[in-house]
Design a protein around this ligand. Structure first.
Ligand code: FES
Length: 156
C-alpha cells in the first residue's frame, strides 16, 4: 500500500474522473497490514471500494482469508478502461498482472512498481538490473507490457 497511498488519495480527490475506484489490499496476517487505520477510513468512504484480505486470520479478524488474486477476482472490471496499479512482492505482482491479462486487460494498462535491491540509485552499480533495464533509473514503475517477458525469467 505504501507506494500507492498518494495515488489512492489523489484518485479519491479526483474521483469524478473515474467510473469507480477499488483498492485491493492483502497481507500475511492482520498485524502485517500497512495503514490499517487508513484502510478502515477508506472502507467507509463512498468514493472508494476497499477489499482487504489476509493469508491467515488472527484473533478478531472477520474479513476474508485468501490470496490477493482471490479478492481481485471478486472485483468487477471493464477490461477496456481499467487501469491497475500494482505493488508488492514480484511473484504476487506477476500473478495479479497475469489474472488481469486473462480477464482481457491490455498489459500496458497494468503498472507494476518494482522494488528491486537498490544501492546507488543512479544506474551505475547494477544491483537493481532487470535485463536491459535499471529499475532505479528506468522505473521503478513500469507498464507491464514492458517488463512481463523479463519477469518471467527466473533469477533475472
Ligand atoms: S541501484 Fe545501482 S544501478 Fe540501480
Amino acid at each position: 500500500v505504501a507506494p500507492l497511498r498518494l495515488s489512492i488519495i489523489d484518485a479519491m480527490e479526483h474521483h469524478q474522473r473515474f467510473a469507480s475506484l477499488t483498492v485491493v489490499a492483502a497481507a500475511r496476517t492482520p498485524a502485517d497490514l500497512l495503514y490499517p487505520g487508513e484502510l478502515e477510513r477508506w472502507s467507509r468512504d463512498e468514493r472508494l471500494e476497499v477489499r482487504v484480505t489476509v493469508d491467515a486470520a488472527g484473533p478478531g479478524w472477520t474479513g476474508p482469508v485468501g490470496l490477493v488474486t482471490d479478492a481481485l477476482a471478486t472485483v468487477p472490471i471493464d477490461p477496456r478502461t481499467v487501469v491497475a496499479l500494482v505493488c508488492g512482492p514480484e511473484p504476487m505482482m506477476i500473478a495479479v498482472a497475469h489474472d488481469l491479462v486473462t480477464r482481457g486487460v491490455e498489459p500496458h494498462r497494468i503498472h507494476v512498481s518494482l522494488e528491486r535491491n537498490m544501492r546507488c540509485g543512479v544506474g551505475t552499480c547494477g544491483h537493481c538490473q532487470l535485463g536491459p533495464l535499471f529499475v532505479c533509473r528506468d522505473g521503478p514503475v513500469f507498464a507491464y507490457d514492458r517488463v512481463a517477458h523479463l519477469l518471467e525469467v527466473r533469477e533475472l
